[in-house]
Design a protein around this ligand. Sequence first.
Ligand code: DON
Length: 328
Amino acid sequence: MSTNSEVESIVQRIYEKYREFDDGDVATYIPELAKADAAHFGICLATVDGSVFRAGDWEHEFTIQSICKPFAFQMALEEFGRDTTLRHVGVEPSGDAFNSIELDPKTMRPFNPMINAGAIAISSLIKKSPVESGIRGFVDKMQMAAGRPLRIDQDVLASETDTGNRNRAIAYLMLNCGIIDGAVGETLHQYFSQCSLLVNCMDLAMMAATLANMGMNPVSGQQVFDFQFIKDVLSVMFTCGLYDHAGEWAYRVGLPAKSGVSGGILAVVNRQLGIAVYSPKLDSKGNSVRGILACKALANELGLHAFEFTNVGSNFMQAMMQPRDWAK
Ligand code: DON
């Protein structure tokens, strides 16, 4: 296993290696996101024992965008259980773009909760009346996972509300098919607000570490998420978290993860650590270019791929290495 100072220098080296890398384009379809400074690049790792490793612009805040989706899915599972939640959304990769106006033709549900259709269906479930109380509930959970107060970026929220007609089309398709209820405006306000939460790399790494740590924030010790549903969330992140890049990601990086159009990527090394990278320039599939490169390099150098035999830091491997009765 790598020591703390080795991890620190690996994170720094990966940051230096990709800092000048300039491919991709900042998202512009939400006009407010186009204002992002393309030079920003931050990395943060947070372990389940509370250590943190960071480099570059890890403190710079950006909106969480689609990285809200796994957490909203977790909240729906906690509130409604598997059967009800899965009546509204499937768990199949769509192989299509995140904003596709489509439902699974076999089930007439959104393919999964990581694409816009599925996330809007989840927002419809977890919204409350009045709508601001459901948004408050989401922000509260995210604060507990991050371990600090968070707020919504009102300019991004207004910008997305003004221009989000594609999401409106998806929502009305789902209303027509009986997936969501008639409070479409409230559902979309819940969804757009979730996406507009301001976070930095350290927040995302801590949220990922909370998932890795069976739902307990490793620094505060607070049980944020019900651990019985974390495996549901991590499985769907593994197969669907990077949209139509999900197969390539699973093959090359091998970690449950979620990307967002503002340039964040969050990845979870189960029982070990959380990873966050931020860099706003995106590839054609809407994933951060430097984010993918940095995660690939971290997974390779630290042996983090879920099926990597050198992934020996896991609790499971440690338990396996203890003498056991049957092995005597
Ligand atoms: O719904 C949208 O278009 C955005 N609020 C979120 C999309 C997003 O982050 C997709 N991720 N790559």
